[in-house]
Design a protein around this ligand. Structure first.
Ligand code: MG
Length: 374
């Protein structure tokens, strides 16, 4: 496919309510969107980097810079046939996976439209609907959290995940479990603990948690494998898994029993599918994590979650939980059974509201092919 234009934008989108994790509080999202035009088709990608380099080393600004100066010109100079060609095109650039995923996922979107199939089918997805869970940030008080859980369960969500840290863990789990003994409950520490907290983490085993996500260092396998030996609760790795090799290492070392796959964290669909396949072959279930995406990134997550080994409910939930007005239509909704139905139209299946995107845009750059020297 010939790349006619790559347009990178930054949008400002206020969250309906602030989202707090052990890493800090997010009030507004600075979202980068890539719009790629090719032979009459338009593909969209979203960058999942945070405003600051806290979840990973990437940030909105670093992703902007590396996309405008490096990745965008590399892609514009090539004629990729498939989304799967992007890792080769970007191979000289190390890391910067969220920036790479922004462009690669837009190419997969175009490819699906060109083939006239839903993106979910293009990548080999097998589901017509995906099970949904919610990720609940750290709240000001336990009664406030209880009110929110009640609302999310009434809306149909199949799994409740609680962000946790020292001081917001055992007591919270106790209260939630005593009120709802049977719900699917998990927690996510975003690296809030150290190995010296192992005795404390063993107490989590009393609450029948589906998993504890990334309890220790963001880049670790070894100490997680030591901790997993002491815990009955399965460890799920998120931040540590950057690619298929990391997935294989963590499985081999028994650092985790579950893997969270995020498109941005692993660099796009090619690597996400490779991680999925590696885990599936070794009997390790996966699920799709969220990064406070707008409808564009969310639609990519929905397609990814249709792969066979996404057997656990993901953090892919309704637009209205995050945004007063999402930038796609129809907005993403979750049924009373806690599922999102998979669109059957070619591509991502959700139209981008270009008028609204234009209104929310605070900076915009058109990226051109590398100049030929000589
Ligand atoms: Mg996580």
């Amino acid at each position: 496919m010939k790349i006619d234009a790559i347009i990178l934008r930054e949008l400002h989108l206020p969250l309906v309510r602030p989202f707090e994790t052990s890493l800090g509080v997010t009030h507004n999202r600075r979202i980068l969107l890539a719009e790629i035009q090719s032979e009459g088709l338009t593909g969209w990608g979203e960058c999942t980097a945070g405003e600051r380099p806290f979840f990973s080393a990437e940030s909105t600004d670093s992703a902007w810079q590396v996309t405008v100066n490096e990745l965008g010109p590399m892609l514009a100079s090539e004629a990729p046939e498939h989304g799967g060609d992007c890792p080769r095109i970007f191979r000289q650039v190390r890391g910067n996976r969220m920036a790479k995923a922004t462009l690669e996922n837009a190419i997969w979107d175009i490819e699906a439209q060109r083939e006239g199939v839903p993106l979910s089918r293009l990548i080999g997805g097998v589901r017509d609907a995906i099970p949904c869970g919610v990720s609940l940030g750290i709240q000001a008080s336990i009664p406030e959290l209880m009110k929110i859980i009640e609302k999310e369960l009434a809306a149909g969500y199949q799994r409740i995940k609680l962000k946790c840290k020292l001081g917001w863990d055992v007591e919270v789990f106790e209260r939630v479990r005593s009120r709802w003994p049977g719900i699917m409950l998990s927690c996510d520490a975003n690296s809030a603990y150290r190995l010296r907290d192992a005795d404390h983490l063993v107490e989590f085993d009393a609450f029948d948690l589906l998993m504890i996500e990334q309890p220790l260092w963001h880049d670790d396998f070894y100490y997680h494998s030591m901790l997993q030996k002491r815990l009955q609760t399965p460890i799920c790795l998120d931040e540590s898994i950057r690619n298929r090799r990391d997935a294989l290492a963590s499985i081999e070392m028994e650092s985790c029993k579950i893997i969270n796959i995020k498109l941005g964290r692993v660099g796009g669909f090619s690597e996400a599918i490779a991680v999925h396949n590696a885990a599936q072959e070794r009997g390790i279930p996966v699920w799709c994590g969220g990064m406070l995406e707008s409808g564009v990134g969310r639609s990519h997550n929905i397609a990814l979650s249709t792969l066979e080994n996404f057997t656990l409910p993901g953090d892919v939930s309704a637009s209205a939980r995050y945004w007063r007005e999402d930038i796609v239509e129809p907005e993403i909704t979750v049924s009373s059974a806690g599922e999102i139905a998979i669109p059957d139209t070619p591509g991502r299946g959700y139209e981008v509201r270009t008028d609204l995107v234009e209104r929310l845009t605070v900076r915009k750059e058109t990226i051109r092919a590398l100049e030929l020297v000589g």
